[in-house]
Design a protein around this ligand. Sequence first.
Ligand code: SF4
Length: 333
Amino acid sequence: MTRKRALTGYRPTGKLHLGHWFGNLQNMLTMQNEYDAFYFIADWHALTSDWADTTRVREFTEEMVLDWCAAGLDPARCTIYRQSDVPEVAELALYFSMVTPMSWLERVPSYKEQREQVTDKDLGNLGFFMYPLLQAADITIVLADVVPVGEDQLPHLELTREIVRRFNNAYGEYLVEPAALIAKQGARVPGTDGRKMSKSYGNSIFISDSPDEITAKVRGMITDPARKLKTDPGDPDICPLHQIHKLVSPDPADIAEWDRCCRSAECGCVAHKQKMATDLVEYLAEFRARREELAARPGFAWEVLEAGAAKARPVTSEVVETCRRLVRIDNNG
Ligand code: SF4
């Protein structure tokens, strides 16, 4: 039986952190075994918001391939490619822009939200306005059957489905309406300041951080804010450090002991931070070794992307050629 095709993409606007590791990345590892998985690095999407400073897009693209492959994504079992290496996406987005009413894009919830909340970037550009349309093309250009999404991204996928229906109604039933694959909710990973781990909050522990960087970040982490003195009992349930420790510790009995001794004020946060840093460094040791090995191979990431684009292109070329024919702007009479 042929596998269903699944697609997911990441914008190369920064390094991957523990929130990504316990969120999408674990899903991607599972998906490469169950689906015909297409994973792309959305470098054109990075431009929609970061068009004024593109200096690090290439660097982040390369780092993302290294992170993905060191984490266990296998280019032989999935297709890893860069969006801009498949320019057919842009042509399909152009056709979509003809059939999509502007009001559909105006009502995308995250568009309004980000225009209001993001103040350090100019998001008044056309590219940002139409990024959901480019997303629709990303999904459709490989005829993806399913797209893993969190609940909050369902409106985006619904928009893709509406655009596909509108295209199919106008030109003939051809493009696939993708279904949502409600992604298994990854663990919520707090950042070093207790808020959700996010690059924009500056509270991230990156999976490619060195042991020294990890240790320094863990040392500076917020713990139970109400626990001022070692003699005050603490509450591990609201302690961000403990939440991460639970995810990375190899020993449940040790976690139970830190929980107990925190509540009874028998242990201090400094000692717990030391233990958690040691466990986190160890947890990422295999990944780090593999990443170093891949980074030492000259051109590794670019070779992966080139091979992935070569695998994706037969599909994307066929889709765009068929769309041209359906729109009647081909050369075949
Ligand atoms: S002892 Fe551990 S669990 Fe308790 S507040 Fe300190 S760091 Fe958090």
